[in-house]
Unconditional design. Structure first.
Length: 174
């Protein structure tokens, strides 16, 4: 029993641990020094068209397992690092460095925005299409919430026929 009591007393002497528990209990989140490390964005991986299309395919399949090439009308691929999330004066959010977009509509409803985070993984931001930004909420809150909660997606191996089908739809005119 005594070792347990000593351990409890030592916790009482550490105000940083006590403050951390109080902060968590108050619903303010985990203090940075106690949080698990964030995933590192892979800045050294050269982004290729093939890799970007594989991430697009993987993210769409993660949303809907039945999604396929028939759902793709045309595609574009852009480096959106440090660009505004929407071409809209009322939305302040900016994409972080090493962020790419593969999409198929100007409205953004089928766009996939991502960052590579490791071997065969991507951090994907499922942004609502710009026309979906309605009066139901503050557009900045909607975008900031989406940007704060990306989904981790495993990058799938895509067969050659599917990858060629995606490439055939890349950069077609609107």
């Amino acid at each position: 029993m005594k070792p347990i009591l000593r351990e409890r007393r030592s916790l009482r002497r550490r105000p940083d641990v006590k403050a951390a528990f109080a902060q968590i209990a108050a619903g303010k989140g985990i203090p940075a020094k106690y949080a698990s490390p964030k995933q590192k964005v892979e800045a050294n991986t050269k982004m290729t068209t093939d890799l970007a299309l594989r991430v697009f395919w993987s993210a769409k399949k993660a949303e809907d397992a039945n999604w396929g090439l028939d759902n793709v009308t045309r595609l574009y691929f852009h480096d959106v690092s440090n660009h505004h999330v929407y071409d809209n004066d009322t939305i302040d959010a900016v994409f972080p460095a090493n962020t790419y977009m593969v999409g198929q509509s100007i409205a953004g409803v089928n766009d996939i925005v991502f960052q590579l985070i490791g071997n065969n993984k991507a951090k994907v931001y499922y942004l609502p299409g710009s026309f979906m930004m309605s009066a139901d909420g503050d557009p900045n809150d909607i975008v900031n919430n989406t940007m704060s909660h990306p989904q981790e997606v495993e990058i799938l191996n895509v067969d050659t026929a599917t990858l060629d089908g995606l490439k055939a739809k890349l950069n077609q005119q609107y």
